[in-house]
Design a protein around this ligand. Sequence first.
Ligand code: AP5
Ligand code: ZN
Length: 217
Amino acid sequence: IRMILIGPPGAGKGTQAPKIKELFSCCHLATGDMLRSQVAKKTPLGREAKKIMDQGGLVSDDIVIGMIKEELDNNKECKGGFILDGFPRTVPQAEGLDKMLQERNQTLQHAVELQIDDSLLVARITGRLIHPASGRTYHSTFNPPKEYMKDDVSGEPLVQRSDDNPEALKKRLATYHAQTTPVVNYYQKSGIWKGIDASQPPGQVWKSLLSIFHEQR
Ligand code: AP5
Ligand code: ZN
Protein backbone atom coordinates (compact mmCIF):
# COMPACT_ATOMS: atom_id res chain seq x y z
CA ILE A 1 0.00 0.00 0.00
CA ARG A 2 1.11 3.59 -0.57
CA MET A 3 -0.91 6.08 1.45
CA ILE A 4 -0.88 9.21 3.57
CA LEU A 5 -2.90 10.08 6.69
CA ILE A 6 -3.75 13.76 7.12
CA GLY A 7 -5.41 15.27 10.18
CA PRO A 8 -5.00 17.85 12.94
CA PRO A 9 -3.07 17.21 16.17
CA GLY A 10 -4.89 14.50 18.13
CA ALA A 11 -7.00 13.29 15.19
CA GLY A 12 -5.66 9.75 15.64
CA LYS A 13 -2.95 9.40 12.96
CA GLY A 14 -0.47 7.77 15.33
CA THR A 15 -3.20 5.55 16.78
CA GLN A 16 -4.41 4.12 13.46
CA ALA A 17 -1.15 4.03 11.45
CA PRO A 18 0.43 1.06 13.31
CA LYS A 19 -2.69 -1.00 12.54
CA ILE A 20 -2.36 -0.22 8.84
CA LYS A 21 1.32 -1.11 9.00
CA GLU A 22 0.46 -4.47 10.52
CA LEU A 23 -2.28 -5.22 7.98
CA PHE A 24 -0.18 -4.42 4.91
CA SER A 25 3.35 -5.18 6.19
CA CYS A 26 4.52 -1.77 5.07
CA CYS A 27 6.55 0.92 6.82
CA HIS A 28 5.02 3.64 9.03
CA LEU A 29 6.88 6.91 8.61
CA ALA A 30 5.92 9.64 11.10
CA THR A 31 7.95 12.82 10.66
CA GLY A 32 6.97 13.95 14.19
CA ASP A 33 8.36 10.70 15.68
CA MET A 34 11.56 11.04 13.62
CA LEU A 35 12.03 14.62 14.80
CA ARG A 36 11.37 13.66 18.45
CA SER A 37 14.06 10.98 18.19
CA GLN A 38 16.51 13.68 16.99
CA VAL A 39 15.44 15.82 19.95
CA ALA A 40 16.02 12.93 22.36
CA LYS A 41 19.51 12.36 20.90
CA LYS A 42 20.23 16.11 21.19
CA THR A 43 21.60 16.28 17.64
CA PRO A 44 22.02 19.76 16.08
CA LEU A 45 18.84 19.17 14.08
CA GLY A 46 17.05 18.00 17.24
CA ARG A 47 18.03 21.13 19.18
CA GLU A 48 16.77 23.35 16.36
CA ALA A 49 13.59 21.31 15.83
CA LYS A 50 12.63 21.28 19.52
CA LYS A 51 12.22 25.06 19.63
CA ILE A 52 9.98 25.01 16.56
CA MET A 53 7.92 22.02 17.72
CA ASP A 54 7.32 23.41 21.22
CA GLN A 55 6.01 26.59 19.59
CA GLY A 56 3.70 24.67 17.26
CA GLY A 57 5.47 25.75 14.08
CA LEU A 58 6.77 23.66 11.19
CA VAL A 59 10.30 22.42 10.58
CA SER A 60 11.63 23.35 7.12
CA ASP A 61 10.28 21.53 4.09
CA ASP A 62 13.76 20.52 2.88
CA ILE A 63 14.56 18.79 6.16
CA VAL A 64 11.40 16.70 6.36
CA ILE A 65 11.41 15.87 2.63
CA GLY A 66 15.01 14.68 3.07
CA MET A 67 14.03 12.51 6.06
CA ILE A 68 11.23 10.82 4.11
CA LYS A 69 13.42 10.27 1.04
CA GLU A 70 16.13 8.70 3.17
CA GLU A 71 13.63 6.22 4.66
CA LEU A 72 12.00 5.32 1.35
CA ASP A 73 15.48 4.69 -0.09
CA ASN A 74 16.91 2.68 2.79
CA ASN A 75 14.23 1.29 5.10
CA LYS A 76 13.61 -2.32 4.04
CA GLU A 77 10.09 -2.27 5.54
CA CYS A 78 9.15 0.32 2.91
CA LYS A 79 9.55 -2.28 0.16
CA GLY A 80 6.05 -3.45 1.12
CA GLY A 81 4.70 0.09 0.73
CA PHE A 82 4.31 2.93 3.17
CA ILE A 83 1.95 4.86 5.34
CA LEU A 84 2.98 8.47 5.94
CA ASP A 85 1.77 10.08 9.18
CA GLY A 86 2.17 13.85 9.55
CA PHE A 87 3.72 14.25 6.10
CA PRO A 88 3.08 16.05 3.76
CA ARG A 89 1.76 19.01 5.74
CA THR A 90 2.56 21.83 3.28
CA VAL A 91 1.93 22.03 -0.47
CA PRO A 92 5.69 22.07 -1.25
CA GLN A 93 6.01 18.83 0.77
CA ALA A 94 3.16 17.28 -1.26
CA GLU A 95 4.93 18.31 -4.46
CA GLY A 96 8.20 16.90 -3.11
CA LEU A 97 6.47 13.58 -2.42
CA ASP A 98 4.99 13.48 -5.94
CA LYS A 99 8.44 14.03 -7.38
CA MET A 100 9.97 11.26 -5.22
CA LEU A 101 7.28 8.82 -6.29
CA GLN A 102 7.58 9.78 -9.96
CA GLU A 103 11.28 8.95 -9.80
CA ARG A 104 10.28 5.51 -8.52
CA ASN A 105 7.53 5.04 -11.11
CA GLN A 106 5.02 4.83 -8.26
CA THR A 107 1.80 6.63 -7.44
CA LEU A 108 -0.02 7.33 -4.21
CA GLN A 109 -3.14 5.18 -3.74
CA HIS A 110 -4.94 6.82 -0.81
CA ALA A 111 -4.90 10.24 0.84
CA VAL A 112 -7.11 9.85 3.90
CA GLU A 113 -8.18 12.85 5.96
CA LEU A 114 -9.13 12.24 9.60
CA GLN A 115 -11.87 14.83 10.08
CA ILE A 116 -12.65 16.13 13.54
CA ASP A 117 -13.75 19.36 15.15
CA ASP A 118 -11.05 21.37 16.96
CA SER A 119 -13.13 21.43 20.16
CA LEU A 120 -12.64 17.66 20.66
CA LEU A 121 -8.86 17.81 20.41
CA VAL A 122 -7.94 19.53 23.69
CA ALA A 123 -9.02 16.55 25.78
CA ARG A 124 -7.23 14.09 23.48
CA ILE A 125 -3.96 16.05 23.51
CA THR A 126 -3.82 16.90 27.22
CA GLY A 127 -4.53 13.26 28.22
CA ARG A 128 -2.06 11.65 25.82
CA LEU A 129 0.76 9.50 27.20
CA ILE A 130 3.54 8.08 25.04
CA HIS A 131 6.23 5.42 25.28
CA PRO A 132 9.11 7.28 23.64
CA ALA A 133 11.13 4.23 22.54
CA SER A 134 8.31 2.54 20.60
CA GLY A 135 6.02 5.49 19.85
CA ARG A 136 3.12 3.59 21.45
CA THR A 137 0.36 5.97 22.45
CA TYR A 138 -2.14 5.84 25.31
CA HIS A 139 -4.70 8.20 26.82
CA SER A 140 -5.27 8.67 30.53
CA THR A 141 -9.05 8.33 30.05
CA PHE A 142 -9.80 7.05 26.51
CA ASN A 143 -7.11 4.36 26.32
CA PRO A 144 -5.42 3.91 29.71
CA PRO A 145 -2.36 1.65 30.09
CA LYS A 146 -2.84 -1.56 32.11
CA GLU A 147 -0.56 -0.25 34.83
CA TYR A 148 -0.52 3.42 35.88
CA MET A 149 1.93 5.45 33.72
CA LYS A 150 3.67 2.31 32.40
CA ASP A 151 3.94 0.91 28.86
CA ASP A 152 1.91 -2.32 28.48
CA VAL A 153 4.65 -4.12 26.55
CA SER A 154 7.94 -3.02 28.14
CA GLY A 155 6.75 -1.79 31.55
CA GLU A 156 8.84 1.34 30.97
CA PRO A 157 7.54 4.77 32.08
CA LEU A 158 5.10 6.75 29.94
CA VAL A 159 5.64 10.46 29.40
CA GLN A 160 3.81 13.51 28.09
CA ARG A 161 5.03 15.27 24.95
CA SER A 162 6.46 18.74 25.62
CA ASP A 163 4.10 20.22 22.97
CA ASP A 164 0.99 18.62 24.52
CA ASN A 165 -0.32 21.60 26.44
CA PRO A 166 -3.28 23.88 25.62
CA GLU A 167 -1.10 26.86 24.55
CA ALA A 168 1.07 24.89 22.11
CA LEU A 169 -2.01 23.05 20.83
CA LYS A 170 -3.66 26.35 19.90
CA LYS A 171 -0.65 27.21 17.75
CA ARG A 172 -0.44 23.73 16.23
CA LEU A 173 -4.09 23.98 15.22
CA ALA A 174 -3.58 27.43 13.70
CA THR A 175 -0.58 26.07 11.76
CA TYR A 176 -2.68 23.12 10.60
CA HIS A 177 -5.50 25.28 9.29
CA ALA A 178 -3.13 27.70 7.54
CA GLN A 179 -0.60 25.26 6.05
CA THR A 180 -2.20 21.82 5.84
CA THR A 181 -5.76 22.61 4.72
CA PRO A 182 -4.27 23.52 1.30
CA VAL A 183 -2.73 20.02 1.24
CA VAL A 184 -6.23 18.55 1.70
CA ASN A 185 -7.40 20.60 -1.31
CA TYR A 186 -4.37 19.41 -3.27
CA TYR A 187 -5.37 15.75 -2.82
CA GLN A 188 -9.09 16.44 -3.33
CA LYS A 189 -8.18 17.65 -6.81
CA SER A 190 -6.02 14.58 -7.45
CA GLY A 191 -8.96 12.18 -6.99
CA ILE A 192 -7.40 9.90 -4.32
CA TRP A 193 -8.76 11.83 -1.30
CA LYS A 194 -11.21 10.29 1.17
CA GLY A 195 -12.44 11.88 4.41
CA ILE A 196 -13.49 9.90 7.47
CA ASP A 197 -15.15 10.89 10.74
CA ALA A 198 -12.34 10.78 13.31
CA SER A 199 -14.54 11.80 16.24
CA GLN A 200 -15.80 8.22 16.56
CA PRO A 201 -14.17 5.71 18.94
CA PRO A 202 -10.89 4.21 17.64
CA GLY A 203 -12.52 0.91 16.60
CA GLN A 204 -15.08 2.76 14.46
CA VAL A 205 -12.36 4.86 12.83
CA TRP A 206 -10.52 1.65 12.01
CA LYS A 207 -13.67 0.23 10.38
CA SER A 208 -13.99 3.37 8.23
CA LEU A 209 -10.38 2.91 7.12
CA LEU A 210 -10.98 -0.74 6.25
CA SER A 211 -13.97 0.19 4.12
CA ILE A 212 -11.77 2.56 2.10
CA PHE A 213 -9.24 -0.21 1.47
CA HIS A 214 -11.98 -2.62 0.39
CA GLU A 215 -13.69 -0.10 -1.90
CA GLN A 216 -10.59 0.66 -3.88
CA ARG A 217 -9.07 -2.78 -4.18
P1 AP5 B 1 3.35 15.26 14.95
O1 AP5 B 1 4.03 14.34 15.87
O2 AP5 B 1 3.00 14.81 13.60
O3 AP5 B 1 2.10 15.87 15.73
P2 AP5 B 1 0.63 16.31 15.24
O4 AP5 B 1 0.43 16.43 13.79
O5 AP5 B 1 0.33 17.50 16.05
O6 AP5 B 1 -0.24 15.09 15.56
P3 AP5 B 1 -0.33 14.30 16.91
O7 AP5 B 1 0.78 13.32 16.99
O8 AP5 B 1 -0.49 15.26 18.03
O9 AP5 B 1 -1.74 13.60 16.73
P4 AP5 B 1 -2.18 12.16 16.17
O10 AP5 B 1 -3.13 12.42 15.07
O11 AP5 B 1 -1.01 11.29 15.86
O12 AP5 B 1 -2.98 11.65 17.43
P5 AP5 B 1 -2.83 10.31 18.31
O13 AP5 B 1 -3.19 9.12 17.48
O14 AP5 B 1 -1.53 10.29 19.02
O15 AP5 B 1 4.26 16.58 14.78
C1 AP5 B 1 4.81 17.23 15.88
C2 AP5 B 1 5.57 18.47 15.43
O16 AP5 B 1 6.69 18.06 14.61
C3 AP5 B 1 4.79 19.45 14.55
O17 AP5 B 1 4.05 20.36 15.32
C4 AP5 B 1 5.93 20.11 13.76
O18 AP5 B 1 6.57 21.10 14.53
C5 AP5 B 1 6.89 18.97 13.53
N1 AP5 B 1 6.61 18.25 12.26
C6 AP5 B 1 6.14 16.97 12.14
N2 AP5 B 1 5.97 16.65 10.84
C7 AP5 B 1 6.33 17.74 10.13
C8 AP5 B 1 6.33 18.04 8.74
N3 AP5 B 1 5.93 17.14 7.82
N4 AP5 B 1 6.75 19.27 8.35
C9 AP5 B 1 7.17 20.19 9.26
N5 AP5 B 1 7.17 19.98 10.58
C10 AP5 B 1 6.75 18.76 11.03
O19 AP5 B 1 -4.03 10.54 19.34
C11 AP5 B 1 -4.00 11.58 20.29
C12 AP5 B 1 -4.58 11.11 21.63
O20 AP5 B 1 -5.97 10.79 21.46
C13 AP5 B 1 -3.93 9.83 22.17
O21 AP5 B 1 -3.85 9.91 23.55
C14 AP5 B 1 -4.88 8.71 21.73
O22 AP5 B 1 -4.85 7.62 22.62
C15 AP5 B 1 -6.24 9.41 21.73
N6 AP5 B 1 -7.13 8.95 20.67
C16 AP5 B 1 -6.78 8.61 19.38
N7 AP5 B 1 -7.86 8.26 18.67
C17 AP5 B 1 -8.95 8.42 19.52
C18 AP5 B 1 -10.35 8.21 19.35
N8 AP5 B 1 -10.87 7.79 18.18
N9 AP5 B 1 -11.16 8.47 20.42
C19 AP5 B 1 -10.62 8.90 21.61
N10 AP5 B 1 -9.30 9.08 21.82
C20 AP5 B 1 -8.47 8.85 20.78
ZN1 ZN C 1 1.10 11.54 15.98
